[in-house]
Design a protein around this ligand. Structure first.
Ligand code: 6CM
Length: 256
């Protein structure tokens, strides 16, 4: 099917690491490297822990730009029984988006950058309206990548969603365009590894996940309401999304 086809294409890239460059290649490289450098760093005392539940920790910094709330958000989580590649696959692939996203009215892929290596898609999304604010939309490139760290035997997987302009997604009133820079980074650990790697079971898998979000609502929105929504919605997203991946992969062969 189309989906497993997409999976094998992204993994092919993993092995050959040959990819054609396109108009967004340089920007993607810069933004991905920034996330790889900073996201997994522990938080300083400037960050406030706003939600702690089991292995999940959600932090934020309260920041305003010209009166608009742009609070950076950073989450750490540990998920049992799945690989980083599996988590990133379900986060990236549009097939599953509406299964786990609860804050969207719609999502649409408007471009696939390199059809031979579909690791970068451009999405147009309509976010659920939060009364009394204007409804938000977004347009962003989404890039999935496997990164070998050299030292570890398991590579890192990362997905970055980063706002971009697109001729097929003009800004149209009454919608307000939000600006986002979001990254999900995953590292797989094998616990009590069996002697033969072929014997690795889901119970031997642990995935360390980092999620960061810099979102500018793109125009005024009531600060208190926005912060209350973020505090509630990000933990909800992390729980729902990770449970979804566990559910989807439970009886599937492990995708390393
Ligand atoms: O990262 C998440 N989802 C991705 C796929 O959809 C994608 C989304 C990025 C945009 C995140 C924006 C969330 C904020 C929406 C609030 C709308 C503002 C209204 C103002 C009202 C006062 O990266 C998961 C996103 C989980 C969000 C809780």
């Amino acid at each position: 099917n189309t989906n497993s086809n997409a999976i094998s294409k992204v993994s092919a890239q993993k092995e050959t690491a040959k990819h054609k460059s396109h108009r967004l290649s340089n920007e993607i490289e810069r933004i991905v490297q920034d996330h790889l450098k900073y996201d997994r760093e522990n938080v300083s005392d400037l960050w406030e822990l706003i939600h702690h539940e089991g292995e999940m920790k959600v932090y934020r910094r309260e920041v305003e730009e010209n009166g608009i709330v742009v609070d950076p958000l950073k989450c750490f989580h540990t998920v049992k029984g799945v690989t980083g590649r599996e988590i990133c696959h379900y986060f990236f692939d549009p097939t599953y988006r509406m299964d786990w996203e609860t804050t969207l009215d719609s999502t649409k892929v408007i471009e696939t950058l390199d059809k031979d290596n579909p690791d970068t898609l451009i999405f147009f999304q309509l976010h659920k309206r939060v009364w009394p604010s204007a409804q938000r939309d977004s347009c962003f490139w989404s890039h999935i990548r496997c990164v070998s760290t050299g030292e570890e035997d398991q590579p890192l997987w990362i997905v970055v969603n980063y706002t971009t302009d697109h001729a097929q997604a003009p800004i149209k009133s009454p919608f307000v365009r939000l600006v986002a820079n979001v990254a999900l980074t995953c590292e797989t650990q094998i616990i009590e590894p069996p002697l033969n790697p072929k014997d690795i079971k889901r119970e031997n898998l642990l995935c360390k996940l980092t999620y960061v979000a810099f979102v500018n609502p793109g125009g005024w929105a009531p600060a208190a309401a926005l912060r209350a929504i973020a505090k509630r919605e990000y933990p909800k997203f992390l729980k729902r999304f990770t449970s979804y991946v566990i559910e989807q992969t439970r009886d599937q062969p492990i995708l390393f």
